[in-house]
Design a protein around this ligand. Sequence first.
Ligand code: PGA
Length: 250
Amino acid sequence: MKKLLIAGNWKMNLSLSEATQLLKTLNQQAHTFVNQVAVFPPGVYLSLAQSLLRDTPLQWGAQDVSAHADGAYTGEISARMLADLGCKYVIIGHSERRQYHRETDELVLEKCKAAQQSRLTPIICIGETATERKDGLTFDIVRQQLSPFLTPYSIPLLTHCIIAYEPVWAIGTGLTATPEIAQDVHLAIRQAIAAHHATTAKTIKILYGGSVKPDNAASLFSMPDIDGGLIGGASLSADSFMALCRLSIS
Ligand code: PGA
């Protein structure tokens, strides 16, 4: 059986009581999950995740991290703080951060270094917009977003990273890439990495994200180069998220 990573990105959603309820439900049902599962609540709920999930196989992480180690950076959260809260992962370069906070490929690299210094596993998000896809630029865009990592100096960082391919046109829109489209891009990502480091290309997990739901997940996750999913909307409901956590792909 293929062991998927199911990562639930809550984004800026849920009240404190809703977050508590969802975490408690996941805690109670964790023994029924067949996949590796991680949740990414807003930063203010990470300590709650730590106290409610600490004795379960479930993992948690943050939706962003500062590129700086510490200091006068109002509003930022450092990797060390996240590690102290038991985070295993951190999402970096989500398209919403790139779009609304002008995060660049170079900043993504800096955040990745900061995360790894505190032993967090970065989940690096890449993906093209609808216009870029229409213009036939999908492969160029994902390669460009990966390019800061594809140098002799930075390629070792990827050994301890996860990639999430999230076509921007599929995020929160209900439009999902077909399994074949997603597979083609995942394979291209692996090939781009293979040109620099063959072992990392083989072992790196590449998640798909963009309107993944229980009814479209099986065909996506059956593709050979898709190792799991970064789930937004469907991670906010216990029923739909748990259906993904229990999905077994042979
Ligand atoms: P979505 O979000 O599942 O709601 O499309 C995915 C993501 O942005 O990570």
